[in-house]
Design a protein around this ligand. Sequence first.
Ligand code: PGA
Length: 255
Amino acid sequence: MNKATRKTVIAGNWKMNKTPSEAKALITEMKPLVADADCDVVLCVPFIDIAAAIEAAEGSNIKIGAENVHFKASGAYTGEISADMLKEAGVEYVVIGHSERRQYFGETDQTVNLRTLAALNAGLKAIVCVGETLEQRELGYTETLLKYQTKMALTNVTKEQLANVIIAYEPVWAIGTGVTATDDQADEGNGYVRAAVAEAYGADVAETVTVQYGGSMNAKNAEGLLSKVNVDGGLIGGASLKAEDFSIIVKAASK
Ligand code: PGA
């Protein structure tokens, strides 16, 4: 973390977990546990949970995010949700390009870019995910790939809009596997992301961009990961479904 130049953001990604009533119960449990956080606290929840989550989080420091957004403003796109719909519902953040979307739902670097632009143009904050597979890492392509994904995602994003972008480095091999990147691997991956932002926007701008680490971050390993200068927070899957564990990560980010 480097709180002097950029925000620390801990964001939960609930994925396809929790019904609206379960969302309400979990947020009610979390609220007092994260109330004194010295970082931004976000929960990205399934679309159907958004209304309940916003109601449950009212009056607290927990911000609500969505897990995806469509890139068109409106039209014949059955089953999709637009950025304006999210905005009006009270959503502040949206996860874009998560590796599960890339892996199972045909997400490409181009659609990640279009979604990012749609989110930013609607006034949402985008949490854009990048990350290499184990095979890509073993072939030595981690740096090339992270820089490519980062630059592709940010195509046509202005310097001003970049203030509303968080990038999450999530090595695919670490997501939901219990295998976490080492502190140094996370720092290195996040550093490649920041270097890509520096190449596109300049080093000064890159210093201000929040780059999260994600992939089996938990109550035990969060402090070590967050101690690294390039790790400005976390995108947390499994551990964000447990109030106590999530609050321990928030506390680690509040130091
Ligand atoms: P995990 O998920 O913490 O369960 O590995 C992280 C993510 O997919 O964002």
